[in-house]
Design a protein around this ligand. Sequence first.
Ligand SMILES: [Cu+2]
Length: 352
Amino acid sequence: MTALLTLTVLVLVAIAIWQMTKIFELSQLKAEETGVATDKDNKYNGYLMFAFLFFIYGITIFSFAKYSKVLLPEASSAHGGGYDQLMWVSFAIIFVVQTITQALLHYFAYKYRGEKGKKALFFADNDRLEFIWTIIPVIVLAGLILWGLYTWTNIMDVNDEDDPLIVELYAQQFNWTARYGGEDNVLGDASVRLIDIDRANVLGLDESDPNAADDILVKELHLPVGRKVNFMMRSQDVLHSAYMPHFRAQMNCVPGMITQFSFTPTITTEEMRRNPDVVDKVKRTNTLRAKWAAEGKPNSDPWEFDYVLLCNKICGKSHYNMQMKIIVETEEEYNKWIAEQATFKETVASAE
Ligand SMILES: [Cu+2]
């Protein structure tokens, strides 16, 4: 109660002082007040422009220092290196150009600030200047666009050369299922209309298609290192997006159609766990988790690095948790694992 009273008194005193200042100001007739900025105002604003320049440079340096470590580690797919290179060159160009132009912009705003008697020089045009500021961006942008198109067509060229492994990624709210073609490496036909949950035909495989019998459905994606994988994506309900950040891969999963993406994994899970950036990230995460564990908070078990398949389209309330573990391993390990998995024919219940 005393605190409330003191606070009320303080607020009332503040209002009283403010009102008195206003009355005092109104009683002072200022002859020179014209509403036009004075030299002093302009100089003040000029310095503020400089202050803002240092603010944006400061925030840039701060972000580099503090957040560089949250970037993805080295790409784990054959095409990932070229993709990263394109991105880093684009970043570097944007960084250099913005650093220079921001400095010029703010310096000129200060240098040519309003001053009594100072008049701007007027000239209609300058061919050489216009030529320079048109031709340089044209060359740089055309180069980036051509390089980008070349990279894009290379990455998006899904073909059957080099005996790729065929894998279906099936998206539904809110989980993923992967399907391998089995012995013949050919996926059986499937349709959402054939889904029969009671008989464990969860992906709607067509039982009359001989290719479907040996298909293998799993909840953990295993990939042999060095072998090309052609992914065929389907969605049961809404738009999802299969996002495999470490492989620099993303493709929408669209109900009613099959979309494709192809890449060759180049680094096994075991090798990636020894990557210095990954080791560092695991260490940082686990330090935080140990702290959480001490405070009795959830999600505080020690974490180990694994590749992941995430959904990258906001597809509903549990979207954030729609993921599947990916394990990249040697060919022998992969062959051993796939041999242990049951086929569709073995898991589906007979139609009685
Ligand atoms: Cu989703």
